[in-house]
Design a protein around this ligand. Sequence first.
Ligand code: AOF
Ligand code: ZN
Length: 369
Amino acid sequence: MTTTAHFISQALGLAAQALFLSNPNPRVGCVIATPDGRVLGQGFTQQAGGPHAEVMALRDAQAAGHDVRGATAYVTLEPCAHQGRTGPCCDALIAAGIGRVVGSIADPNPLVGGQGFARLRAAGVAVEVGPGADQARELNIGFFSRMVRGTPWVRLKVAASLDGTTALANGASQWITSASARADGHAWRARACAVLTGFGTVRSDNPRLDVREVATPRQPQVVVIDSRLQTPPDAALFIAGRACTIYAGGTLDAEFAARKAALQARGAAVVQLPNPQGKVDLHAMLIDLGRRGINELHVEAGHQLNGSLLREGLVDELLVYLAPKLLGPGLGMANIGPLSELAQAQALEFTSAERVGPDLRVLARVPGR
Ligand code: AOF
Ligand code: ZN
């Protein structure tokens, strides 16, 4: 392995430590090393509003009494050039006398967009771009989605029997997969900015939709699609201190305003985004969630909402847990409606398949996403 590959892979490992922490900021890692390969400092992005990876690495080096002048900073994203909640990292690197920066990939944030690398070069810092680009982007798939498309990366999670049944005809669904698969599912919740469900699931399961099975420094927000605003104000998903957004449609009856006020009193933001049928305009909702800083949107909903999201082409990735049992006919993963020809099938690509306890975890992605 080359020195660059070695330190970029170390920086990627650091970035991964920000997985549950830095949202909606990207997960970034930084290693500062001497030209002969001695590590002087390392760091990763902290919680939103906290220091970026480069500043953490500079502070780490300083705390150890190391002189970073002439050293190389290996960083998994272009150092920022803007004054955000924190000062520009490229200026901090320049001021510290860093001689060379190896950056995995340009920051897609239009506030940065190439200016970080440009400013470093203008200050006489040697800049190399590219090593680890694919992994750095993958780790920040939601951040790139929001910056490039304006909408979150939509990951739809389902738990099913081997024959694809997610609930019996009477609605019973707890539990199809094992405790280990459920804990694994909580890790995917933890990395998301928001967990989305529909009113149907609130009514039938009254879920909390928070992270309990893995340790996390922050909880994802919760989002409910509830066309007629029927979520009861005492639903379990209202957890003190957690942000909650409810998307309503256009059918307004006399009690709508009263129900809205009761939900707002529980801390929920209520947003009306009706489509022509009076239900929630799902694409407009994704744009709104993008504006609200949602990178990865983790969907745990029933087969109706899953079907609507899939039919409208809004799902980027499926996270499927399969239990080694057969449940026969019941509710499938998603009501995508009957197809008349095989050629109409939504094509997917498997990106991973792993055993989780007794179950199987499969990731499948819409090609080109
Ligand atoms: C970096 N290093 O570790 C991260 C960066 O509001 P702020 O000041 O925290 O800025 C957030 C933006 O900074 C974020 O949208 C992204 O463009 C960049 N993130 N930049 O140099 C880091 N996390
Ligand atoms: Zn920065």
